[in-house]
Ligand binder design. Structure first.
Ligand SMILES: [Mn+2]
Length: 146
């Protein structure tokens, strides 16, 4: 199993390759806001673990294993963003929240959250019911109402 930091790299590398067709060390460093030397170190580690193949002058390619995991990690991130949106979390905070929790949930929990997101997407009126509860709770918690 990749560590949280390895997951961040694999997720970012997968997105870069999807979007640009390649992932350079400098692009990864910029996207993750880390020093290029840290990227090189991590890329070598990911190569050792067979998530990718790295050649200093030719760049890197994900292996089948790296692609499969990268795809799942991107899916997980997007799913958790949808989940946060559905449960009514403020949009500005969603990215940070997802970055904070994504590495710490089991795939079982991710699959069940997937079911819940599907449930709400198939019955949008349920989202409205949830919003009613939220409005009620917000009112009750507002000290100016007591
Ligand atoms: Mn992420």
């Amino acid at each position: 199993m990749p560590t949280p930091s390895m997951e961040d790299y694999l997720e970012r590398i997968y997105i870069l390759i999807e979007e640009k067709g390649y992932a350079r060390v400098s692009d990864i460093a910029e996207a993750l806001q880390v020093h290029p030397s840290s990227v090189t170190k991590m890329v070598q580690k990911l190569d050792l673990k067979e998530y990718l193949v790295y050649e200093k002058y030719r760049g890197l390619v994900l292996t089948a294993k790296g692609k499969k995991i990268g795809k799942r990690l991107v899916y997980r991130h997007e799913l958790l963003e949808s989940f946060m949106k559905i449960i009514g979390v403020n949009e500005e905070g969603i990215y940070e929240d997802v970055e904070g929790i994504e590495h710490h949930l089991s795939w079982d929990a991710i699959d069940r959250i997937g079911d819940l997101v599907q449930y709400f997407e198939e019955m949008p009126e349920r989202v409205d019911d949830l919003r009613d509860i939220q409005r009620k709770n917000d009112q009750e918690n507002d000290p100016s109402n007591s």
